[in-house]
Design a protein around this ligand. Structure first.
Ligand code: ADE
Length: 237
């Protein structure tokens, strides 16, 4: 089993590299990919750089070049749902692109022909996540995550995204990863820990909480890896 673990920023993968320690570094597509032999499996870790285009490139590379069969994303997000506080974890049930707009042609926001407004993440990976959360007594929320090539630090824009997509959190890569994995039939899982509330304080909060929230997310992903490998062994018996 080959598992990809992606972040967008170096801070989002650092705790993973610290945990797995022994890795081979491969330079490809102006990026670095960290390959780890783990149990009977292989893990490939990379951060894409910020935004949908880099996330698309990295997710596709993880799958096509490194032959990863599942993809886990770990990182931080801005909260839309007021029940989400800094450091809280949210799983993306559905991912959508809030900045995709061809409404001039009568289409809904976030939609292009032959696509879908929202893409569902993998059910099995989600149920593994909820098992882990239960065992570790961690509160894990799930909801709609809206993605766009904008850092949102504006109450009005945040309200708009909430109104149009019923989104609970927002970030800048998840839906791009979802589009790639859906097209290539690769189960994917998007986990985010809250770093800010996408309001006028967002850039300050982001700077303050990026590292600590990224660590919360990465540690949860680490706890999922063993279970994913076990489930795979169970399935192939
Ligand atoms: N990731 C974390 N916080 C964010 C925000 N406010 N906007 C976009 N992406 C984010």
């Amino acid at each position: 089993m080959k598992i990809a673990i992606m972040g967008a920023m170096v801070e989002e993968i650092e705790p993973l590299l610290e945990y797995f320690k022994d890795y081979e570094t491969i330079d490809y597509a102006k990026n670095k990919f960290y390959k780890i032999a783990y149990k009977n499996s292989e893990i490939v870790i990379a951060y894409s750089k910020i935004g949908k285009v880099f996330a698309t490139l990295t997710a596709a590379t993880m799958i096509e070049k490194f032959e990863c069969q599942k993809l886990l994303f770990s990182g931080v997000a801005g909260a839309i749902n007021p029940s989400l506080k800094i450091g809280d974890l949210i799983v993306g049930d559905k991912l959508c692109q809030h900045d995709l707009d061809i409404t001039a042609f009568g289409h809904p926001y976030g939609y292009v022909p032959e696509g879908a407004v929202c893409i569902d993440s993998d059910k099995d990976l989600k149920s593994i996540a909820f098992e882990v959360a239960k065992e570790k007594n961690i509160e894990l929320k799930s909801g709609i995550i809206a993605t766009g090539d904008q850092f949102i630090a504006d109450q009005k824009r945040k309200e708009w995204i909430k109104g149009v997509f019923e989104a609970d959190a927002l970030e800048m890569e998840g839906a791009a990863v979802a589009v790639v994995c859906d097209a290539l039939d690769i189960p994917f899982f998007i986990l985010r820990a809250i770093s800010d509330a996408a309001d006028m304080d967002a850039s300050f909060d982001f700077d303050e909480f990026l590292k600590s929230s990224a660590k919360v997310s990465a540690e949860f992903i680490i706890s999922m890896v063993d279970k994913i490998i076990e489930a795979d062994v169970g399935n192939s018996k």
